[in-house]
Design a protein around this ligand. Structure first.
Ligand SMILES: Cc1ncc(COP(=O)(O)OP(=O)(O)O)c(N)n1
Ligand SMILES: Cc1nc(C(=O)O)sc1CCOP(=O)(O)O
Ligand SMILES: [Mg+2]
Length: 531
């Protein structure tokens, strides 16, 4: 079944040749004004444009506007577009119909009766005919066919026709009177002094109505209220949230020794959508915040989440982020206490985690003493290696990628350390090389690293061999393992090691000798998040 009833009246096409606003902004203006169709036309499309094209698709979907991709039916399919527009030089409409299916919109260009005669219009839903008037937007457009040429094609085609080329609001009426079902426009909007005003004039001429623009997540507040969890709904077994989501602030039950930590995760600094799903992004963000609580021996109780959402993030994406957060919450028994959503340039997740401190001990970085050993609770470098695999598109080391995507706050290890009264602990988020420096400086000691005693890890070892990286370098430099670094007397570690088989010694603490850290592999830089 073909789409016989597409509202073609106000057919906006994005402009890839203007120094003005980009295609997403252009599409928003057209949608707000009352466009019935948006065509994504980008002659220089490359991978980085995908997110923006997807955002246009989402904006169209939210507002009930048809979204058509020019030229490329594979991109149309990948974007979940309503259809594709094909010219005489583009793919066969029958193939597009086969690939996109019976419900898709397939448009085809035919400038005149000759082109119409050699076009297989059977699989098509509409014709684009032009240039009706002279246009400077398409360099290879033919001679203007005028209103007479337009009406000839209309009479012969049997399909709905969109007039295109050099159309201004003033020419809409004449095009419609010549039999067009709609007008397609680029520059009269995108290159106008006031594009929104120009788009409004088109809408008036085409008889369409303006819209109040929604962001993809606008109705997300309702969703967030639902997933935050209300008292008594079974997701707050400890009854922490006396007043939870839905009010201006949360009222928490009394917390013994409250411990608070905050953390922020920014797109393209801490995560990339190209490498991680929204679920994985949400999960890891929450674990990152909880890792700080683990390092303080605090029992996790609640997480508050603020999301900054660009237009390229949809409602479904937000749901996935929260599903990931929920996985982390379930793992440690904490509840989602509340949060906020606002629009922003980039996707960012701000977290505020609340825990209850250990009854007797609050570990700090400043408690290492000369003679203590330096230890970690588990393997180092695996997350960094996993990140490298993602960057290289290397699927040979799934365990390492897993380590990068699914770190676990080490509450289990923290409980053992607390039992043994270890007073000097921190989590390793930025890499051992950097983090041990913080610990050494806070304690006024020199940390002497020795990474030769790390337990064997076959997957990590074969990664290092493949990429010709010294394992000690990756271990020292690599961040985001979220293991705990701690300092204690060696005899204390002897008892701890039996309960934490993955823990091992990474160095010793000496009296300060002018350097905070010694024994670092050469040319190591901490894996920082500020670049
Ligand atoms: C609605 C509509 N009509 C015609 C065209 C032109 O398509 P084509 O001839 O393939 O030229 P390009 O736009 O690909 O340069 C169109 N895009 N949309
Ligand atoms: C993309 C396109 N196709 C045409 C055709 O004649 O098939 S004319 C054209 C450019 C339309 O841009 P403007 O509204 O700025 O004139
Ligand atoms: Mg084309």
């Amino acid at each position: 079944m073909k789409n016989t009833r597409i509202d073609l009246r106000f057919y906006f096409i994005t402009d890839d040749g203007t120094s003005g606003s980009g295609p997403l902004e252009q599409a928003k203006i057209a949608i707000a004004a009352g466009a019935t169709v948006v065509q994504y036309r980008n002659k220089a499309f490359s991978d980085p444009d995908f997110n923006e094209a997807q955002a246009i698709a989402q904006m169209c979907a939210i507002h009930g506007v048809r979204f058509i991709v020019n030229d490329d039916m594979i991109l149309a399919r990948a974007l979940g577009a309503d259809g594709v527009h094909l010219g005489q030089q583009d793919a066969d409409p029958a193939l597009a119909r086969q690939i996109l299916g019976p419900g898709a919109v397939v448009g085809v260009s035919a400038a005149n009766l000759e082109e119409l005669a050699r076009t297989d219009t059977a699989p098509c839903d509409y014709l684009g005919t032009g240039p009706v008037f002279a246009t400077g937007t398409k360099a290879d457009a033919g001679e203007a066919i005028g209103l007479h040429g337009l009406s000839e094609v209309v009479r012969r085609s049997g399909l709905p026709v969109v007039a295109i080329g050099g159309i201004f609001p003033e020419s809409v009426e004449a095009c419609m009177e010549s039999g067009a079902d709609g007008v397609a426009v680029i520059s009269a909007i995108t290159r106008a002094d006031d594009p929104a005003a120009a788009a409004a004039r088109f809408a008036a001429a085409c008889g369409t109505r303006p819209r109040v623009l929604q962001t993809p997540w606008q109705d997300e507040f309702l969703l967030i209220d639902q997933i935050l969890g209300q008292p008594g709904d079974g997701r707050d077994p400890q009854g922490l949230l006396q007043v939870g989501a839905g009010d201006d602030a949360a009222l928490l039950a009394d917390i013994a020794r409250p411990v608070i930590t905050t953390d922020t995760q920014h797109e393209n600094i801490h995560f990339r959508r190209f490498w991680q799903s929204f679920f994985e992004i949400g999960y890891k963000a929450a674990e990152t915040a909880f890792s700080d609580l683990a390092a303080c021996y605090a029992r996790p109780l609640a997480l508050f989440v603020n999301l900054s959402l660009p237009a390229t993030v949809s409602r479904e994406n937000v749901t996935e982020i929260y599903q990931g957060i929920r996985k982390s919450l379930a793992a440690c028994g904490a509840v989602l206490g509340g949060g906020n959503v606002s629009s922003g340039q980039d996707l960012a997740i701000d977290m505020f985690a609340v825990g209850s401190g250990h009854g007797r001990i609050f570990p700090v970085r400043s408690a290492a003493r000369p003679g203590f050993g330096l230890y970690v609770t588990g393997p180092l470098g695996r997350a960094r290696a996993g990140l490298e695999c993602l960057m290289q598109g290397d699927f040979a080391f799934p365990g390492l990628v897993e380590a990068f995507k699914y770190p676990m706050a080490r509450f289990d290890a923290a409980a053992v350390l607390a039992d043994h009264r270890v007073a000097c602990v921190m989590d390793i988020s930025d890499g051992l090389a950097g983090d041990v420096g913080h610990l050494a400086q806070a304690s006024g000691i020199t940390a002497v690293l020795d990474l030769c005693r790390a337990p064997a890890d076959p997957e990590f070892a074969s990664f290092c061999e493949k990429y010709q990286k010294p394992p000690a370098d990756v271990m020292a430099e690599g961040g985001e393992d979220y293991e705990l670094l701690f300092a204690c007397p060696p005899e204390v570690f002897a008892a701890i090691g039996r309960k934490l088989p993955g823990a091992f010694c990474v160095g010793t603490c000496r009296a300060y000798n002018g350097e905070s850290v010694r024994g670092l592999p050469e040319a190591i830089e901490s894996f920082g998040h500020t670049a």
